[in-house]
Design a protein around this ligand. Structure first.
Ligand SMILES: *Cc1c(COP(=O)(O)O)cnc(C)c1O
Length: 458
């Protein structure tokens, strides 16, 4: 068991101090333009005194617990208090740089201070947003990139540009719901590629599905949209082979990198992708909703087409505004968090093999608990995995008075959180970002819970 009380208090004190500093910041804002009046001077010195007290409590791990509620909002301290194995949260956890950026750029349209002609987000040079767009494209080995409010909006921009009513779009049998919706909103029809016996989408199966669609509808699909790693098993699908199939048929290929862009190297050229979509809040340590949509110079004019609309009374036109992006996309701290995290994102993709090693280490230990299974492909090539504990922890849950919640309780007692509370049959976890020390601790905790409940450990 972890002795948490002192640490918990210190975390509270940290938030209390951060919030108090915001109060100081507010005094500056209120005192414009002439500086503090008497009341503000008083507020300033009493707040400073309060902060000194908090800092001293923080240092010593003493003092009154602070509730730190903001209106109806409790502070979120999961990432400070626990190892978080939540399947979709692990790689979207912010870097300290991103957290600083949101403090600094939290105000509404904060990206727009120096917006000049042609008045478009991706052209702003201060802060260096234009440069970031170029860096993003280069990072993915594509020609052009835009930031989008989530991977889903990237899919949508592509489908709405390419797909017309009744057109078929090839997706995986493990496609994410947002891919379905993106096809639906454009009036298209999804056509799913079946999985092979290992739950993998192959190039052959994709080619076969294209042939099926062609013979059924008399037309080729308009788009192929495949996840490199799917959200259910995080199995690796043959995107390189599928890229070739797409070329052979002359069908554009959207590579869904929601679980790859930002954690592992992604090379659009090598894949043969016409579009690459990534998720900022899932895999790029960024504030939600954020993501990236990259394409080639060939597709850019269609995807990033500019407005042609003319007002019938005023004759107004809005020239360079891109239709699919509704002109501008991420106008504040969301984008700044992406930019602030980006240097680390580039660095961390080089450590992907190590992340995969840790994932396999953890699961090898997990598999020692008799009756436990890994449902994802094995060995793992990703940090997200689907496991089956029907034969182990669920056996305990059957007779435990807390049912499946016993397992969450035990994990939480050991400082681990993020598994789907109450689930002891099939569930997912993500080890991304844990140090070796943490991963060993997590594995040992699972074994410890197993032995506490007399499950056999091999
Ligand atoms: C999470 C996920 C998405 C959606 O990403 P957002 O950035 O939240 O829109 C799409 N596809 C896959 C495979 C995902 O795992």
């Amino acid at each position: 068991m972890v002795n948490k009380s002192k640490k918990t208090l210190q975390i509270q004190k940290t938030y209390e101090a951060l919030f108090a500093l915001e109060d100081i910041r507010e005094i500056f804002r209120q005192s414009l333009p002439v500086g503090f009046d008497e009341k503000q001077k008083e507020q300033f010195s009493s707040t400073i005194a309060r902060i000194k007290g908090i800092i001293s409590d923080l240092e010593n791990g003493e003092g009154k617990p602070a509730c730190n509620r903001v209106g109806k909002l409790d502070p979120r301290t999961r990432e400070e208090e626990f190892i978080n194995i939540h399947p979709i949260q692990a790689a979207g956890r912010l870097t300290p740089e991103a957290r600083k950026a949101i403090i600094s750029y939290g105000d509404g349209y904060s990206t727009c201070d120096y917006c000049r002609k042609p008045f478009r987000l991706d052209k702003i040079t201060r802060p260096p947003i234009e440069e970031f767009h170029q860096d993003l494209a280069k990072f993915l080995n594509m020609d052009q990139a835009r930031v989008v409010p989530g991977a889903r909006r990237g899919f949508q921009a592509v489908t709405q540009s390419l797909v017309e009513k009744g057109d078929s779009v090839i997706v995986s049998s493990l496609a994410h719901y947002t891919e379905f919706l993106a096809v639906e909103v454009a009036g298209g029809v999804v056509r799913e590629v079946p999985l092979n016996e290992r739950n993998v989408v192959t190039a052959d199966a994709t080619a076969q599905k294209i042939e099926d669609v062609k013979s059924e509808t008399g037309r080729l699909p308009k788009l192929i949209m495949i996840d490199h790693f799917d959200y259910q098993f995080a199995n690796e699908h043959d995107v390189y082979g599928i890229g070739k199939v797409a070329k052979d048929y002359g069908i554009p290929f959207l590579y869904n990198g929601a679980y790859t862009v930002g954690v592992m190297p992604v090379d659009g050229g090598k894949i043969g992708a016409d579009f690459i979509v990534g998720s900022g809040h899932k895999s790029m340590a960024s504030v939600a909703p954020s993501g990236v949509l990259a394409t080639t110079d060939e597709w850019a004019p269609k995807l990033f087409r500019t407005t042609q609309m003319v007002g019938d009374l005023t004759g107004r036109k809005f020239g360079v505004k891109e239709v699919e992006n509704m002109g501008c996309t991420l106008m504040g701290a969301t984008l700044l968090s992406m930019i602030a995290s980006f240097p680390r994102i580039k660095e961390r993709t080089a450590n992907w093999e190590e992340e995969v090693k840790k994932s396999n280490y953890f699961l090898n230990q997990f598999l020692r608990i008799q009756g436990s299974k890994v449902l994802s492909e094995w060995p793992r090539r990703h940090t997200l995995s689907k496991v089956d504990t029907t034969g182990s922890f669920d056996v305990v849950a059957k007779t435990h008075k807390r049912r499946g919640f016993f397992f969450s309780d035990e994990l939480k007692d050991r400082g681990i959180i993020g598994e789907f509370a109450g689930a002891t049959r099939t569930w997912k976890l993500n080890t991304y970002g844990q140090s070796w020390e943490q991963i060993k601790y997590t594995a040992a905790s699972f074994l410890d819970i197993a032995s506490k409940y007399k499950l056999r450990i091999n």
